[in-house]
Design a protein around this ligand. Structure first.
Ligand code: G6P
Ligand code: MG
Length: 220
């Protein structure tokens, strides 16, 4: 059976983590506390709402429902301001070439991201046309590590979960892929992503053939 590939966006295809961080830090500062780059690590792959809950816990701050919603809007406004300028130079090393190698083999490609800004970002970096299906934060109700986002992506591609390979940089995302019954390639540190079948530092110099040749990624 032909496999399918499902890619997370932030931290796998594009380097947006620093802009999320700047926007969250600005929000934290406006609420009277600081938010460090170290704290930001915990937010990788975490939805906007869950991220704010975590930040408020870290800052020891409580907001009522209306203030909470307003804070989400403010953070996203700043984030959108920061990503106004992004272009294909923010694509992570080798990611665009890797996607090309997947499509060249006739393998279907989906996006599986928690971000509600995914389509906008893919347009900016000119990769939107590389995806056969897009499942983003607007289409799911359960955050990773729930498998919903990846199961929906497999469904949209009409490929069984057991034939899907997920590419993820976040611990919650790796767990979501495992929970979906999929193979998962971690992008980043093997010490952090120890639940992935295989971990690669990035896509530089790699093609899908290199991944499919690995014993760790045996597909049905
Ligand atoms: C990704 C990022 C998170 C971000 C989430 C929601 O998972 O790794 O840092 O909070 O998407 O993104 P959004 O663009 O909808 O705020
Ligand atoms: Mg990510």
């Amino acid at each position: 059976m032909k496999p399918a590939c499902i890619f997370d966006l932030d931290g796998v295809i594009v380097d947006t983590a620093k802009y999320h961080y700047l926007a969250w830090k600005r929000l934290a500062n406006s609420l009277g506390f600081d938010f460090t780059e170290h704290d930001n690590e915990q937010l990788k792959g975490v939805s906007r709402v869950e991220s704010l809950k975590l930040i408020l816990r870290l800052g020891g701050k409580q907001l009522d429902d209306a203030e909470f919603d307003a804070a989400l809007v403010r953070k996203n406004g700043w984030y959108l301001e920061y990503i106004q300028q992004i272009g294909s130079e923010e694509i992570l090393p080798g990611a665009a070439e890797f996607l090309t190698s997947v499509r060249a083999q006739g393998i279907k490609v989906a996006l599986g991201s928690a971000s509600k800004n995914a389509v906008l970002i893919l347009e900016r970096i000119q990769l939107l046309d590389q995806f056969d299906a897009i499942v983003d934060g607007n289409k799911v109700s359960k955050a990773k590590p729930d498998p919903e986002v990846f199961l929906k992506a497999a469904e949209e591609l009409a490929v069984p979960a057991s034939a899907c390979i997920v590419f993820e940089d976040a611990v919650a995302g790796v767990q979501a892929a495992r929970n979906a019954g999929m193979k998962v390639v971690g992008i980043g540190s093997a010490a952090v992503l120890d639940q992935a079948n295989l971990v690669l530092p990035n896509f530089a110099g790699l093609s899908i053939a290199d991944v499919l040749a690995r014993d760790e990624i045996l597909l049905p």
